[in-house]
Structure formats: structure tokens, C-alpha cells
Design a protein around this ligand. Structure first.
Ligand code: GLU
Ligand code: ZN
Length: 313
């Protein structure tokens, strides 16, 4: 049976934008009899907010979403990430890097800035040939040797994606100092361990996919997942939905006693299911069709929030 995962990061509260992606993921899964694993991506130490994980589970349940296994916690899987890192080191797929962010920025001062502020690593510490290494430098971070050339994959929603990963991000980090695993490494190891072969997520992660594939292939991990990357919800200013656009946290709507059917009604409209009307999660399953989900980002309008809070009908 195919398997997918809902993977909230407890780095902040779930807002309408995240909720839409989770609802789409859940609905495709339930329509096609995929199993659903709940995984809490709680590895990003300093950014983890206390209680956010409990809240994510609560609001997903409040919306009417469910899952078949989990929650699993990335923070309890550290030994396995470390074993994967050792395996990459043994295979000569990574190398140690002691560059500071400032040094990297200086080396590429003329290069254009990416929106996510990720700098392309210029390869300063790259060895002249791949070699087997030890993870013996506590102060170093660890980078993946990205081959030159195009990386590509077929996305079931977004279509063919091609990127020259070496030119876009260069040798990316698979672990930080003290060999703490990066998101890219952890997600690949988890998906393989949990046998996830269907991944539905926001298209902000489209360009992470080639990196994840490089890691997966280097580790010889199966299965190769199929992907659906769906556009995000943005504010009227064109930026990704966030606090500056008002309080769209699901927990806030719940505290205001707004019916989850209202929230799903709005998300359904944002999924191309026709005019907004109150509906439950099971009703959403009847009307949802991935083919009708808009290919462009959804722009949240001020009136959308009024509809939720009942100040307009
Ligand atoms: N936890 C990640 C997020 O919320 C998703 C990870 C993934 O889908 O690979 O953005
Ligand atoms: Zn370096």
C-alpha cells in the first residue's frame, strides 16, 4: 500500500497556508487508500517552539484530519541520522567544511541573492577527489559533493523540474557542527525508514527535491517517492502567508469558536472546489479533485478572514 506522511514542523503555529497543504495531502491519500504517517519534524533545535507540536496535532484533529501511524519524532531518530552520515563519509560522498557564513558570502559577493537567503557554497573546502573520511572534526560542518550537471525529476503536480544543483546551491550541508543532521538528510532517512513513497508538500520545497534525491541515491535508499508540490498561499503583497498578514493561525480560529467547517470551506475554495460553503473533512473528500487545484499561488484576501470570523456571510 502506498504511504505518505503529514510532517508539521513545530517551529510555529499552523496557519491557513500550511493547513491547505495538509488538507490536500490528507485528501489525496484518503481518496487513493494510501496510508498516512504523522511525523513531527522537530529537529531544528533553536526554532522549535514549546507546545507547538501538541498544538499541531490538536488543530489537525480539530480540522478532521486523521492518520494511521505516528506521531513519530525526528528528535528521537538521531542515531539513525548519524549512521547515515557515517555511511556517506565511508562512501566518500561528503567532506568537512569550516567556512563561516561571512566567508562564504565574501567569496560570492557578486552572486545574486536567492529569496530564501540560501547562499551557493562556492566549494572552498572541496577535496580535489572524493575520498573516504572520518567524522572527526567537531567544529566542522559536512557538505555533500554535488556532481555537475542537471538534476531532474517529474513532479505529479508541478510537472518536470530541472535544476543544475551545483550551480544553484553547490555542495549543500548534510550536517552542521557536532554532526547535527540537516533537514535534507533527516527527511531522506525518515522517508526511507518509514517507507514513504508519496510526498505531497508546498512548492517552496521543490528545489530541495534534487538534493534529497542525491542523498537518497548516495545511500542506496528505497523507495523512490513520487511527488506533488503544490503552490503556497500568499498575502496581497505577494509574500508567503505569515504573521504580517494578520492572525491566520488555526488555533486562533478555534479559540474564537469558529467551526472547522468554515475553515475547510475556505480551503476548499482555495483548492478549486467551487464557491465557498461550510463543509466537513469527509465532505471535502467528496468534492476534492487534485486536477482542479490551481497551479498558481492562492492570494488570501482581507474578506477571506471576515468570512471565517462570521463578520460577513
Ligand atoms: N516539516 C517540513 C515543513 O513543514 C516538511 C518536510 C517535507 O515535506 O519534506 O515544511
Ligand atoms: Zn568550507
Amino acid at each position: 500500500m502506498p504511504r505518505t506522511r503529514l510532517a508539521p514542523s513545530p517551529t510555529g503555529a499552523l496557519h491557513l497556508g500550511n493547513a491547505r497543504t495538509f488538507l490536500i495531502n490528507w485528501a489525496i491519500a484518503r481518496q487513493h487508500d494510501w496510508q498516512i504517517v504523522l511525523r513531527i519534524d522537530d529537529l531544528d533545535g533553536p526554532r522549535i517552539k514549546r507546545g507547538a507540536e501538541r498544538e499541531a496535532v490538536d488543530v489537525l484533529t480539530w480540522l478532521g484530519l486523521d492518520w494511521d501511524e505516528g506521531p513519530f519524532y525526528q528528535s528521537q531518530n538521531r542515531d539513525i541520522y548519524h549512521a547515515a552520515l557515517v555511511s556517506l563519509a565511508n562512501r566518500g560522498k561528503i567532506y568537512s567544511c569550516t567556512c563561516t557564513r561571512t566567508r562564504i558570502a565574501a567569496a560570492i559577493a557578486s552572486a545574486p541573492h536567492r529569496e530564501d537567503h540560501e547562499l551557493r557554497y562556492p566549494g572552498t573546502c572541496r577535496p580535489s577527489a572524493p575520498k573516504r573520511i572520518e567524522l572527526d572534526d567537531e567544529a566542522a560542518s559536512w557538505r555533500f559533493l554535488v556532481p555537475a550537471g542537471e538534476q531532474q525529476f517529474r513532479d505529479e503536480f508541478a510537472g518536470d523540474f530541472v535544476e543544475e544543483t551545483q550551480l544553484v546551491v553547490g555542495d549543500f550541508r548534510v550536517a552542521g557542527v557536532g554532526a547535527t543532521p540537516s533537514y535534507q538528510l533527516a527527511v531522506v532517512v525518515d522517508d526511507a525508514q518509514q517507507n514513504v513513497d508519496r510526498i505531497v508538500r508546498g512548492d517552496d520545497l521543490l528545489s530541495s527535491t534534487p538534493r534529497q534525491k542525491l542523498i537518497r541515491v548516495a545511500l542506496g535508499l528505497q523507495p523512490e517517492p513520487q511527488y506533488w508540490h503544490v503552490p503556497l498561499v500568499i498575502g496581497p503583497d505577494g509574500r508567503r502567508l505569515a504573521k504580517r498578514h494578520g492572525d491566520t493561525r488555526l488555533s486562533a480560529y478555534r479559540e474564537l469558536d469558529i467551526a472547522p467547517e468554515r475553515v475547510i470551506g475556505l480551503l476548499a475554495e482555495w483548492c478549486g472546489c467551487g464557491e465557498r460553503r461550510e463543509m466537513s473533512a469527509p465532505e471535502f473528500l467528496d468534492v476534492f479533485d487534485i486536477e482542479r487545484v490551481p497551479k498558481l499561488p492562492i492570494v488570501m484576501q482581507p474578506g477571506d478572514d471576515d468570512w471565517l470570523t462570521g463578520s460577513s456571510m
